[in-house]
Design a protein around this ligand. Structure first.
Ligand code: TYD
Ligand code: MG
Length: 486
């Protein structure tokens, strides 16, 4: 734990003396933003170890925060019907998948945070978007991470047609500046008068009035708040890029979630081509929407039929492969789940999931061995979700269990079969939500059979075009799903 000694006493700081502002220090958890007057080894709120870092807070900034908003005159209550602004005044985004995730375009004056691991493609996505949107108005791209030249080179690459015959057209309305000082950024905004700005990234941007280093919770929160005030007052749209880091030394976008209007996360496996853009919060649209992209050498390409793409490299009739249908927001996605078991060479057997939760895998393995009698005590078990997707819903349990059983028994899953259902602790299968749209998507992609939990009521009919096999237990499901040699 480091405590900065030079700034620990407010009077040591010339800025504090000249402005006569009173400042004090506090400890801020870099994970969750919890503050404490004392140093603590472990955050009492989020239980993170060594995450409390000393930050110097200037009284004036924190007092100004509570003062009446200074940007307009005194506020007056208005009738809802008198307030201008229609539902439909959104700026269209030319990238369809992005637009849908935003809820159908950009709301002017909104602040959108794009979070994600470093190197996942956040800068690429926003540069591509702004290149396409610049014709609709002035755009200012503020980068604190790369040089102008690097960004220009990337822009050329994203724009240039594959033939290289004609030179790529760079839009005149896209301005670029490499700057991290928020005061200077504000001046640039004043001069260029953009309709949209991108701040890449919020962790490199700082307010010189605040003592703590760029990327700390205080800096990140204050810079974002100031940009939000500007956005609300002027109708400027702000995109903030924020890195998510596991170590927590740099303030993650978590602390920003309540400041901004929408939070999108760009996810995916860095070593695979697919990227998912997921809504976590959206004041102007549905959450849990997902956009799917492929990272290519010319930037992110939209994938309009992700299920088809995810299944493209599948080997039919290979043991250890099962198809699950998972819901990403309102969208059903078919993904291949692979299971591999191999004899444990020494010590404890290993359970290694990629794309599903570790505890969920342990549970599935336990149910398979205790309730179905699949012998796994001396087997290492690996499970992989193809495509880099992370599945958190239990509806994929049945496919995971089947993939593992298929590998142990060396028996492939019946061709053209999808498996949908949650596995309970007694080895029973449980119904999952949105079964109809899952089945319809499977049928659309040419699957012939779906193995699903048995319904209790016989209310509605299953969708046409796919044979639905209802089973009660995991044991029964495996009997129907696996092609075993007699
Ligand atoms: P970047 O947008 O810089 O990531 P972030 O801003 O989230 O840190 O993307 C970096 C990765 O994307 C880098 O590893 C290279 C890859 N990439 C492509 O594969 N194709 C491209 O056209 C571009 C621009 C980047
Ligand atoms: Mg970047």
């Amino acid at each position: 734990m480091h405590v900065s000694t030079t700034t620990s006493h407010p009077l040591n700081d010339p800025l504090v003396i000249t402005t006569m502002a009173k400042s004090y220090s506090q400890y801020v958890c870099q994970e969750c933003g919890r503050t404490s007057p004392r140093q603590m080894g472990r955050c009492p709120k989020c239980s993170a170890w060594n995450s409390m870092v000393e930050e110097i807070i200037e009284k004036t900034t924190s007092a100004a925060k509570h003062a009446r908003p200074s940007m307009g005159e005194r506020s007056t209550p208005k009738r809802l019907s008198e307030i201008s602004g229609d539902v439909e005044d959104r700026i269209p985004v030319p990238i369809e998948e992005f637009s849908r995730v935003l809820g159908g375009g950009i709301v002017p004056g909104s602040v959108v945070l794009i979070g994600g691991d470093p190197g996942i493609g956040k800068s690429t996505l926003l540069l591509q978007t702004t290149l396409e949107m610049a014709s609709q108005g002035t755009v200012l791209y503020i980068s604190g991470e790369e040089s102008d030249r690097q960004i220009k080179m990337r822009a050329m690459r994203l724009l240039s047609p594959p033939s290289e015959e004609k030179k790529a057209d760079l839009p005149d309305d896209l301005f670029l500046v490499t700057e991290t000082n928020l005061d200077v950024i504000m001046e640039h905004i004043e001069e260029t008068k953009p309709q949209l700005i991108v701040v890449d990234s919020i962790q490199t941007t700082y307010m010189p009035q605040i003592e703590s280093s760029a990327g700390s919770v205080t800096q990140v929160r204050e810079t974002a708040s100031r940009l939000r005030e500007l956005a609300k007052a002027s109708g400027l749209t702000v995109f903030l890029i924020g890195h998510v880091t596991k170590e927590g030394t740099i303030a993650g976008p978590r602390v920003l979630e309540h400041i901004v209007d929408a939070v999108l996360y760009l996810e995916g496996d860095r070593f695979q081509v697919y990227r998912l853009l997921r809504t976590v919060k959206n004041r102007y649209g549905a959450t849990s929407e997902v956009g799917v992209f492929e990272m290519r050498d010319r930037g992110l390409i939209e994938v309009s039929n992700p299920s088809e793409a995810f299944l493209a490299e599948r080997m039919v009739n290979a043991p250890g492969s099962a198809i699950a249908v998972t819901m990403e927001g309102t969208r059903p996605l078919l993904v291949e789940i692979q299971g591999l078991t191999s004899h444990t060479s020494f010590g404890n057997p290993r359970r290694t999931p990629n794309g599903i939760d570790f505890n969920r895998l342990l549970l599935t393995v336990a149910v398979l061995s205790r309730r179905v009698g699949v012998r796994l005590a001396e087997q290492d078990v690996f499970v992989n979700v193809i495509s880099g997707l992370k599945i958190s819903e239990p509806a994929a349990d049945l496919a995971v269990a089947t993939a593992i059983a298929s590998s142990v028994k060396d028996a492939p899953v019946r061709a053209d079969t999808v498996l949908i259902g949650e596995v309970g602790l007694s080895g029973e299968l449980r119904m999952v939500g949105q079964m109809e749209s899952r089945l319809r998507e499977a049928a659309k992609l040419g699957f012939k059979t779906a193995i699903v939990p048995r319904r209790l009521g016989k209310g509605q009919k299953w969708p046409k075009g796919i044979e639905v096999v209802e089973v009660r237990s995991l044991r029964e499901a495996l009997k129907k799903a696996l092609v075993e040699e007699q």
